[in-house]
Design a protein around this ligand. Sequence first.
Ligand code: FE2
Ligand code: FE2
Length: 186
Amino acid sequence: MPQSPSAHTSPGAVPTLTGRLKIQFDALDSCHQQTIDTLNLLVKLVDQLDQHAADEPVKRMARQIITFFGGESRAHHAEEEHLVFPPILQGLDHRLIEKVRRLQQDHVWLEQDWLELGLQLDAIARGYNWYDREALRQGTSTFVALYLDHIDLEESIIYPQAKRRLAERADAGAARTQAEQARRRA
Ligand SMILES: [Fe+2]
Ligand SMILES: [Fe+2]
């Protein structure tokens, strides 16, 4: 007895290209929100250190910030380098290419800034008092400003452009050729 297609696959198991892109870009957007939340946490930590020494809640905040910028945030940058930037770099729009080059430069600078900040936060998280409050404040201010600028450029221009270019790559031609060949063989 013939089985209906739904007996083999649920509708969500075979997403369209646009469906897959939506999932990937939604995840990137959601990571931006997490980035903004974690940047706010960093600002809060710096403010609290102005008022009192690093207590347990401050150490916890430091650990949370380290976990995010040392892990998920790096994976997010790698995903952008792999998925988002190439379709624009392979295109012909020089203004957009220049913007992606800026974003790539930002990734390098953000990583360098994070390595400095991460050292200070690591000291705080471990209860050492050799961290430099003024350097932490300055570093945080530069890091937050660059990150917010970076996210703005990605969300306003680069993500929509990359998504459009990736969607244009829909393999519609190949699928139709395959369907046509199947009919010829029948
Ligand atoms: Fe980025
Ligand atoms: Fe991003």
